[in-house]
Design a protein around this ligand. Structure first.
Ligand SMILES: *Cc1c(COP(=O)(O)O)cnc(C)c1O
Length: 371
């Protein structure tokens, strides 16, 4: 099956094989693997061990995003959330349920966040301690300029929490160049191309020290993870870790570095996205975003204006052809979503587009505009 969703993603056989190795989390064979992962991730993020630490947290991306919100924003604290799409809405819900106060910044969701709008919102409200935003909005596929937004937040003397869940490993991020960044969050199962199951925060050590006692949750307290690392070391875990997933993630990091790191991965994902655009346009389908606004992670295609269009029927017909995509709408208008990340190449996306055409023919959708 060719899995084209923004996580879990296609993984290489070496990564799958690493899942089959049995480990005890406290074993001397496992602890160096975990410690090594944490050191490598800090480096990939542009951090140094004396200023930043990588904190692994069991669970999917929401868990680590919530942990970041709880740890760095005290109960009742206010945060600005630029409303980029579905994943910004999730930040709002996570913050609200944790007793923090999100303040929404309305933006035009098919454009990136305008740093100037963030600057104005912060200038107008000095109770906003943080800006929490999504780097690559997985709802729309639009990528935001985390460095430019960070710069205005820094100038305003506020802090940033970055949801880099669908960005880390593919989009350039340098935590050392962004001192306003308390933390970023990502997961094992997206652009690093590991298995799902572990979230990571890359966080400033000084800010973690200043955030003791905020979380109101033991499980989701990143400051407690710092304390654990200091007491027992980077190879230790508070609770049962997803040891097999971490071992597979370690192999995924090897492959990431062998490919040429972030720049090579971004180049491949961009090529994937371009191949998909060419393929869907050849069918006469219309991408939701223009090429200049299209990010390399997620690609939405307008549903054809045909009475026979039915997303689930299309997804099922596509699956019979060996291609799996999301079966829910992520945009206000009917569209289908294709992930362009994972261990896949432009040839896979060209093939997928051909299968879109075949699946539409099967469900009786006519591609009127086809060239
Ligand atoms: C995938 C993702 C998350 C987390 O989703 P989970 O389903 O909890 O892993 C958060 N933010 C963004 C931008 C994502 O793409």
């Amino acid at each position: 099956m060719l899995l084209l969703i923004p996580g879990p993603v296609m993984t290489r056989p070496e990564v799958k094989a690493a899942m089959g190795v049995d480990f005890a989390p406290w074993d001397r064979d496992f602890q160096p693997i975990l410690a090594g992962i944490r050191e490598r991730v800090t480096r990939i993020a542009g951090g140094a061990p004396d200023t930043h630490i990588t904190l692994p947290l069991q669970g999917s991306g929401h868990f680590v995003v919530e942990a970041m919100i709880r740890t760095f924003i005290p109960a009742g604290g206010r945060l600005l959330v630029p409303m980029t799409g579905a994943y910004a809405q999730r930040i709002v819900r996570l913050a609200t349920e944790a007793g923090r106060v999100p303040v929404e910044l309305a933006i035009d969701a098919d454009r990136p966040i305008d740093p100037q709008a963030v600057a104005e919102a912060l200038a107008a409200d000095d109770t906003l301690g943080h800006v929490a935003f999504v780097c690559s909005e997985t709802g729309t596929g639009v990528v935001n300029d985390a460095a430019a937004i960070g710069a205005v937040v820094r100038a305003a003397g506020r802090r940033v929490l970055l949801d880099a869940v669908s960005a880390f490993g593919a989009l350039p991020i340098n935590v050392a160049a962004q001192p306003e960044l308390d933390a970023l969050a990502f997961t094992s199962g997206k652009c690093i191309e590991g298995m799902p199951g572990v979230g990571f925060a890359v966080a400033r050590i000084d800010r973690l020290e200043a955030s003791q006692g905020n979380a109101g949750s033991w499980c989701l307290d990143l400051a407690d993870l710092l304390a654990q690392a200091r007491r027992i070391g980077l190879g230790s875990s508070r609770f049962t870790p997803a040891a097999q997933v971490l071992n597979a993630f370690n192999v995924a990091l090897d492959l990431f570095e062998a490919e040429g790191g972030q720049q090579a991965r971004l180049a491949r994902y961009r090529a994937n996205s371009a191949a998909l655009r060419a393929g869907v346009e050849k069918l006469g389908l219309k991408p939701v975003l223009s090429a200049d606004r299209q990010g390399p992670i997620v690609f939405n295609v307008h549903a054809p204006a045909d009475p026979n269009w039915d997303l689930q029927a299309f997804v099922d017909a596509l699956k019979r052809r060996g291609v799996l995509i999301s079966n829910f709408y992520n945009t206000p208008m009917p569209s289908f979503r294709v992930g362009t990340i994972g261990a896949i190449t432009p040839a896979d996306l060209t093939h997928a587009a051909a299968m879109f055409g075949a699946a539409m023919a099967e469900i009786g959708v006519r591609l009127r505009d086809a060239a």
